[in-house]
Design a protein around this ligand. Structure first.
Ligand code: UDX
Length: 444
């Protein structure tokens, strides 16, 4: 029997590269052939991870169209550059691969992530099937796909995407009520909104919209949208993860020395940056805890222009600060008691699979909806609230950590949710069946 050959094309940030790499690994286990496209810039930054995976995955590179010194944390700039410069190069790349690999092994399907709808257009012109692997919640994807309806119902403005008035809506059955000001594009500006309207349209060339989630976590999305297919949780080993920063594994030995459920883990993913005064308050708040903490403070580099100054009086003796964590291992370590998170979807899925209660600190985009799922639907966490100055105070941090660690119901629900979620990836689980359905489709 022949196996499909997938060309996997992530938008070049970690929050997209990692789920697509994990998905690629799952596909290789089913005998599929994978060619994985990365940008030349990221190839240099991820060299180690790529070298580990070369035996299973064929990596190919294209330029992102930017100069080496350009700021790649400027997302609008990256999005525009990819769209303007990559389509013709991708077209040629696919043709070259197909010539080299011969008839038996031609690319059968493209799998792209958000912002990469243009790649499905290239594939479509070449007669190649396509699919989207959405790197966030199915609900956030549903919200983007609902934009025309939201405009039609005058809930949002057609030019800016901003709410026409203050109100709460329910996007999907069984999903949390949401303030329309928290729709995922509202925090990212008009140009991003207009880009997403276009991108979502192009992504419709994908027959399947695969989501790293389960039908129990977000039931409403799968009842309403036929092309949505839950295939989560993507739980490959840390080997299938890449990183732009060097992982500090010394924290695992440090965790081994702590009793079960005693350490507060703090991480805000790969993009969010904490403003200077908020950073100080967080540091002081962690110092106030009568618990040890493990805190990820990403190093300053081209992706992070903020240089963090620790406040006077910060002792930090109960804690450990690291630059980049082996996060999945940490979230599965018995010493972890709770997770202070920015509510990025990958972090949430990883935390759910670790059975860890959450303290939610959303920054932008889909992170507000994700927080609502954690606090209001699954009830496995609580939110950190800003004070009248827009700051999450040290007192709030201490109060909420104590609240969550003393809440046995939240702990019990977190463990239950873990079991329910992991069952999906078992052989007879729903996500495994969906994956098989997808592979069969790609092969026909
Ligand atoms: C982005 C968006 O910001 C987020 O809103 C969206 O839901 C997904 O895409 P990011 O902010 O990076 O992602 O957050 P997240 O989705 O949580 O992904 C971060 C990844 O980096 C996770 O897989 C996490 O395990 C990993 N990570 C994070 C580490 O490996 N080590 C760390 O120290 C921190």
């Amino acid at each position: 029997m022949s196996h499909p050959h997938f060309l996997v094309i992530p938008y070049p940030i970690l929050g997209h590269i990692n789920p697509l790499l994990q998905f690629s690994q799952v596909l290789t286990k089913h005998g599929c052939k994978i060619t994985f496209l990365i940008t030349e810039f990221n190839q240099k930054r991820m060299k180690n991870a790529i070298d580990h995976l070369r035996t299973q995955i064929n990596f190919v590179e294209l330029s992102d169209g930017l100069d080496p010194e350009d700021d790649r944390s400027d997302q609008p700039k990256v999005i525009l550059s990819l769209r303007n410069t990559m389509p013709s190069k991708l077209h040629n790349l696919i043709q070259n691969i197909n010539v080299l690999d011969g008839d038996d092994s031609k690319i059968t399907c493209l799998v792209v992530s958000k912002n990469m709808g243009w790649a499905l257009e290239v594939g479509h012109k070449l007669g190649i099937k396509g699919a989207l692997l959405w790197p966030a919640s199915a609900t956030s994807l549903a919200s983007f796909d609902s934009i025309p309806t939201l405009i039609h119902e005058r809930i949002i403005d057609s030019e800016t995407g901003l709410p026409t008035r203050k109100q709460e809506i329910q996007l999907l059955p069984n999903s949390p009520m949401m303030d329309t000001a928290n729709l995922p594009w509202c925090s990212l500006g008009k140009n991003f909104f207009l880009h997403m309207v276009e991108d979502t349209q192009s992504l419709k060339l994908g027959e399947w919209w695969l989501c790293n989630t389960t039908s129990e976590l977000e039931p409403g999305a799968f009842a309403k949208w036929a092309r949505f297919l839950p295939i989560g949780p993507l739980m490959q080993s840390d080997r299938s993860k890449s990183s732009f920063w060097r992982e500090d594994t010394s924290c695992l030995d440090w965790l081994d020395q702590h009793p079960p459920q005693s350490v507060v883990y703090v991480s805000f993913g790969s993009l969010a940056t904490v403003e200077a005064n908020q950073f100080k308050e967080l540091a002081l708040g962690l110092d106030l805890l009568n618990k040890p903490f493990l805190w990820v403070v990403r190093p300053s580099n081209d992706n992070d222009r903020h240089n963090h100054a620790y406040p006077d009086g910060f002792i930090g003796s109960k804690g450990k600060v690291i630059g980049w964590a082996p996060q999945k291992k940490i979230l599965n370590h018995p010493a972890i008691a709770c997770f202070i998170t920015h509510c990025g979807w990958n972090s949430i899925i990883e935390g759910v699979c670790g059975g860890i209660p959450f303290l939610c600190w959303p920054f932008f985009s889909d992170q507000f909806i994700n927080k609502s799922y954690i606090c209001d639907v699954w009830k496995v966490g609580v939110g950190l609230e800003k004070d009248e100055n827009g700051v999450i105070s040290k007192g709030e941090i201490r109060k909420k950590v104590e609240q969550i660690l003393g809440n046995e119901d939240i702990k019990a629900r977190s463990l239950k949710l873990k079991e329910l979620t992991l069952n999906n990836s078992a052989e007879a689980g729903q996500s495994s069946k969906n994956l098989q359905k997808f592979i069969n489709w790609a092969n026909n």
